[in-house]
Each structure stands twice: as structure tokens, then as C-alpha cells.
Design a protein around this ligand. Structure first.
Ligand SMILES: C[S@@+](CC[C@H](N)C(=O)[O-])C[C@H]1O[C@@H](n2cnc3c(N)ncnc32)[C@H](O)[C@@H]1O
Length: 279
């Protein structure tokens, strides 16, 4: 990220979700605040950040939120949600459960900008939202959350969507270890990109083009994993189980056109721990 500036990729993924609401059929992820938080997409179904973004890339960005929020709904015991690298994610503002706290962890510059966006859009900030500004290059999520009142002994659900590629592998390991070693049950849903060289040749150009676009925005991708590598990382961190879904799995799960092409091989991992103290 550029020093002192909000994340530009946060805007582009928020725009992708907003455009998904009006441009994709069927819609897999419904977010009534997606357009409002970016100032609307009415009359311009392809605003700047989404221009040139292939429909399948936009669909993957919607799918990762659908997968994560479906998993969250299934985690009935959860009383704390942590949105890591929240960007303009609106889960916290759609939450109507007074017993569910939502911690938004993000770079301070992005979070300040988000709070301005929320105010400008007239989006109510429920009492259940806890803002937690953290620059992962200077502070761990663990330290930031402790300062914000996160309860280590209560079940928690973590989302890390559209963020893992921007983190170093060490930063991702730290975060995974923190979640996996919490004393209470915890779940983590994250999406990741596979190393271009491990993809079939026809998928590499879209992935490389997307990586180049992110680097031009000042937010280069730093980590790639194969499904075997991410499963190993999450197991080493201490998770008890890891489920991993790719494009074809999502097409089946959400009854989408099976012919939709997997442009760049993005995948979503869902790790769980029953929660126990480890050294
Ligand atoms: C592509 S955006 C994804 C935002 C959101 N999760 C979504 O899906 O729309 C990447 C997010 O990672 C955050 N981020 C990147 N580097 C960070 C850092 N060093 N510390 C904290 N947050 C960071 C950005 O502020 C941004 O919100």
C-alpha cells in the first residue's frame, strides 16, 4: 500500500461486489450495501475500478464472500467475527444480531477512509462494530485485537478475503497461528492464489495480468500457495481441519453454469480448530 493512503484494491474489490449486484445473473452474493458504500453504481454498471475486470474475476470476488458468510451462518456458536483487512466489506453493517460483535481490522489509512465513506453514505454503524486499526507490517492482528477488547476465550470466526496475496508468508503464518491457537473454537476463511507456474498454461495470463494490475495500484501480491502448501501451512499453524474449494466446486455448490471458465485458479480455504491452549 502507498504510505498514508487507503488501499486502492479495497475500492476495486468493493466495486466488483457492487457491480455483481446488478450485472451478474444469477447473483451469488447479495449485499444491499455494496453499492451505497462506494457511492452507487446506478447508471454506470461498470464503474472505473471494475472496468476491464473479467466477469469471472468479479464472480470469484463475490463467491469468496458467499462461501465465507455461508460458513459463518453455519457457525452458530460464534459471538465474535473478525474481518481482517476489511476494506469496504459491509458484513458488520448488515449484521442485525446484537450478540455478534464484528471486529474490523485494517490498515489505519484504509479504515479512516472507510469511516468517511460510511458517514457520507449514511450507513449506520451498529454498536456491535469494533474498529481495530492495524498495520500488519508494524503490529500483529493479535496485539491489535487484544487492545480492542477481543475475547480470546469466546468462539470466533475470522475472514481474510482478498488479503492473503498481499501479505508476506511470515505475516500470514503469524495470523494463522494466532487464530489456530486460540483457546476457544475458531474458524478462518481465506482465499489465495496459486503460483502461476503450477497452473495450466491457459490460466496463467489472467493471473499474471491481475497481479500486474495490483502492482500498478501499489499493492503487489507477495504470496502464492498450491492447495497442498496452504493445507500444510494451516495444519502447521495448528488447525484441526482444512476444507479447500476451487472454482468448479463453487459452480456446483451454487448451481452456476458449469461452463464458466476458471480464469485464474483462485481458491478458498476454510480452516477450523476446536480450540485448546498450545505452547
Ligand atoms: C484487496 S483489499 C480486500 C478488502 C476486503 N477484504 C474485500 O474483500 O473487499 C486488501 C485489504 O488488505 C488491507 N491491507 C493490505 N496491507 C495491509 C497492511 N499492511 N496492514 C493492514 N491491512 C492491510 C488493505 O487495507 C485492504 O483493506
Amino acid at each position: 500500500m502507498r504510505t498514508g493512503r487507503p488501499s486502492r484494491t479495497a475500492l476495486s474489490s468493493a466495486r466488483a461486489r457492487a457491480v455483481h449486484q446488478v450485472a451478474d445473473a444469477p447473483r451469488v452474493f447479495t449485499d444491499p450495501l455494496a453499492a451505497r458504500i462506494i457511492g452507487g453504481v446506478d447508471g454506470d454498471p461498470k464503474p472505473a475500478g471494475a472496468r476491464g475486470m473479467p466477469a469471472e474475476v468479479r464472480l470469484f470476488m463475490a463467491l469468496r464472500h458467499r462461501v465465507a458468510e455461508d460458513a459463518l451462518r453455519a457457525a452458530a456458536h460464534t459471538r465474535q467475527v473478525v474481518v481482517l483487512g476489511a476494506g469496504l466489506d459491509t458484513l458488520a453493517y448488515r449484521n442485525r444480531n446484537p450478540a455478534l460483535r464484528v471486529f474490523e481490522v485494517d490498515h489505519p489509512a484504509t479504515q479512516t477512509w472507510k469511516r468517511e465513506r460510511l458517514a457520507e453514505a449514511g450507513i449506520e454503524v451498529p454498536d456491535t462494530v469494533v474498529f481495530c486499526p492495524v498495520d500488519f507490517t508494524e503490529q500483529t492482528a493479535q496485539a491489535g485485537l487484544a487492545a480492542a477488547g477481543f475475547d480470546r476465550h469466546a468462539p470466533a470466526f475470522f475472514l481474510l478475503l482478498g488479503v492473503a496475496p498481499y501479505l508476506s508468508k511470515d505475516a500470514l503464518r503469524d495470523t494463522a497461528r494466532f487464530v489456530a491457537r486460540l483457546p476457544a473454537p475458531a474458524e478462518l476463511v481465506l482465499d489465495y492464489n496459486q503460483p502461476p507456474a503450477t497452473l495450466p498454461p491457459h490460466r496463467r495470463p489472467a493471473l499474471v495480468a491481475q497481479a500486474e494490475a495490483m502492482a500498478r495500484m501499489g499493492e503487489p501480491w507477495r504470496s502464492y500457495f498450491t492447495p497442498t502448501e496452504i493445507a500444510g501451512e494451516l495444519a502447521d499453524a495448528g488447525f484441526d481441519s482444512v476444507a479447500d474449494v476451487g472454482w468448479q466446486d463453487c459452480l456446483v455448490r451454487y448451481a452456476l453454469d458449469p461452463a464458466l471458465p476458471d480464469l485464474f485458479g483462485g481458491r478458498i480455504a476454510h480452516a477450523r480448530t476446536t480450540g485448546r491452549e498450545r505452547s
